[in-house]
Design a protein around this ligand. Structure first.
Ligand SMILES: *Cc1c(COP(=O)(O)O)cnc(C)c1O
Length: 403
């Protein structure tokens, strides 16, 4: 078997449909973000990053950087093993306490990423709750879909954000243990779930509610506890999952919930048990970031102002973007080749980095640029972005209708 030619032929098929992924070689520079170095053709250029999930620039916040540096100096680099074998460190415990407090829950449990936390928690719940059925929003992230699949539990898809459909489907299943998995902010369309209605439906059916707040933690709510905090619903949700890698600017994932729920996942989840714990310095940096964002609204306010300004200027320039109530601005292109080309021109001619979002991240025909303004994008950065998009819209004759 010639494996390499098999690999290459599948890659060639991706290239032919315009969905081959090319990553930019970026060099983040502390203090300069969203400006960054970009390595290409043996040289280094400067780019403005417009698609980062380091939404609040916490990845370069002095308190976060200092916590990581101090803890590396004090503890060294790695955790030295899984928590089963290497033990807990005070930094992991402190971070879990911080997270439990953030969401008003009894306990939290850390994972190496948000992906792993969803995968491990859902696969454990689905596999170990006898006769369970998992009700999954049709727009759920790959990490939840894979966790549910791995659990081998029965799965029922409900129409995206449609709590009436959820209600009907929960009713149809009758007396079985039910788990309802959904997100607060959906990352590609930037739409926000009707959380109150979903929670009420869950309560009416005695279902366990599971929310992914990955794109909302640090960003929404007076203390950055997510949309569930903002809407006063956190105490009615059984499990809140989040990441430390986006608005908190570090890396890692977690779940929060009751003491029994977290202890159950801790005790049975392969994705928790059999992998090396996060480095203590990462845990300390995440703790510093969460603490900062619990008491400071400055970053959130500046970020919201930048989002509003970008939207207003896009409107003024006649560039269509999807309306939503979040910080995510999808600019629809609707074609993978054009999407890639626009992204390339933005980079080459304007020093603007916006990664094209193509299939399978979004459905075919809904290819887009996903713009995430941050607190440190200046008015000049924003003007430049809108001028570049305006020029490209003329040049590429892209539809001005919102997809
Ligand atoms: C990014 C993302 C994750 C995974 O989080 P990581 O910490 O990046 O692994 C989970 N859920 C959603 C909705 C995401 O967008």
């Amino acid at each position: 078997m010639d494996f390499d030619s098999l690999f290459k032929s599948q890659i060639d098929a991706l290239k032919a449909e315009g969905n081959y992924r090319i990553f930019a070689d970026l060099e983040r520079r502390r203090g300069a973000f969203p400006q960054a170095g970009c390595h290409r053709d043996g040289g280094v250029g400067n780019v403005t990053v417009w698609c980062s999930n380091d939404y609040l620039a916490m990845g370069q916040h002095p308190a976060v950087v200092q916590a990581m540096v101090d803890t590396v100096q004090a503890c060294g680099t790695g955790a030295g093993g899984t928590r089963n074998i290497g033990g807990n460190t005070v930094h992991h415990r402190a971070l879990e306490a911080e997270l439990a407090d953030l969401h008003g829950k009894e306990r939290a449990l850390l994972f190496t990423s948000g992906y792993v936390s969803n995968w491990a928690a859902l696969s454990t719940l689905g596999a170990r709750i006898p006769n369970a059925v998992i009700f999954s929003d049709a727009g759920n992230h790959a990490s939840m879909i894979e966790g549910i699949r791995h659990s081998r539990a029965d799965k029922v898809l409900w129409a995206h954000n449609d709590w009436r459909d959820l209600d009907r489907k929960l009713h149809a299943v009758g007396e079985r243990p039910k788990i309802v998995a959904f997100e607060s902010v959906y990352s590609m369309d930037g739409d926000i779930a009707p959380i109150r209605e979903i929670v009420e439906v869950c309560e009416a059916h005695g279902a366990l509610s599971y929310i992914d707040e990955v794109h909302a933690v640090g960003m929404y709510g007076p203390r950055g506890g997510g949309v569930s905090e903002e809407r006063g619903l956190a105490h009615r949700i059984d499990l809140i999952e989040g990441t430390l890698g986006k608005a908190f600017g570090v890396v890692g994932g977690y779940i929060t919930g009751s003491d029994a729920l977290c202890d159950f996942i801790r005790s049975f989840a392969s994705g928790f048990i059999f992998t090396t714990a996060l480095p203590p310095a990462v845990a300390a940096a995440a703790t510093a970031s969460i603490r900062h964002l619990k008491s400071s609204g400055t970053e959130r306010a500046a970020q919201k102002a930048a989002v509003a300004l970008v939207r207003a200027k896009l409107d003024h320039a006649g560039i269509p973007h999807m309306a939503n109530d979040s910080h995510i601005i999808p600019v629809m292109i609707g074609d993978p080749v054009k999407c890639r080309m626009i992204s390339d021109i933005l980079m080459e001619d304007w020093g603007i980095y916006v990664q094209p979002i193509n299939y399978p991240t979004v459905p075919k025909g809904t290819e887009r640029l996903r713009i995430t303004p941050g607190p440190n994008h200046s008015d000049a950065d924003i003007d430049r972005l809108v001028a570049a998009l305006g020029a490209l819209w003329k040049r590429c004759a892209i539809s001005h209708a919102v997809a």
